[in-house]
Ligand binder design. Structure first.
Ligand SMILES: [Zn+2]
Ligand SMILES: [Zn+2]
Length: 152
């Protein structure tokens, strides 16, 4: 068995902001992707409820749905490949005969694909810059007194 890893790119939006969702209160926000990577922060804090958890736990619903769709499509693709190969083997074993002409066209094997939904946030956000550390993040429009996701 070969193990295959499906890598899912959680890309930032046009402003370089990375969408996140709190595993505790489910509040959505974005953080500055580049700065976050450069500083190697291990944990982030929810700007709404101050919950602190590892970065990976802050997967948004959109990203989870997106990742699931991408992984599912990849699984289907691998299945199609394997099934196509198996059919070809089966038919080539039969050999050619005057009575039977078999053509296999594996391109046509299609189990249907899901279009990955957009991984972007579906809410309006307000961008904020932390007065202490200068970190850029954005919270839901109209949120007062949000906490900086990276200040300690
Ligand atoms: Zn929270
Ligand atoms: Zn800060």
């Amino acid at each position: 068995m070969t193990e295959r890893v499906v890598s899912i790119d959680l890309s930032t939006d046009a402003e370089g902001m990375l969408p996140r969702q709190c595993p505790n209160c489910e509040g959505q926000f974005t953080i500055e992707g580049d700065t976050y990577e450069e500083e190697h922060y291990l944990n982030i804090r929810c700007p709404y409820c101050e919950w602190i958890a590892e970065f990976d736990e802050y997967l948004t619903e959109e990203q989870a749905a997106y990742g699931e769709a991408v992984a599912e499509n990849e699984a289907r693709r691998m299945l199609e490949e394997e099934l196509g190969g198996a059919l070809e083997d089966a038919f080539s074993d039969m050999g050619s005969s005057d009575f039977l002409e078999v053509e296999t066209n594996t391109d046509k094997t299609d189990f249907g694909h899901r279009a990955p939904p957009s991984p972007d946030l579906g809410i309006k956000i307000d961008e904020t810059v932390c007065a202490n550390c200068g970190f850029r993040y954005a919270v839901k429009e109209g949120t007062n007194n949000s906490s900086c996701p990276v200040c300690r």
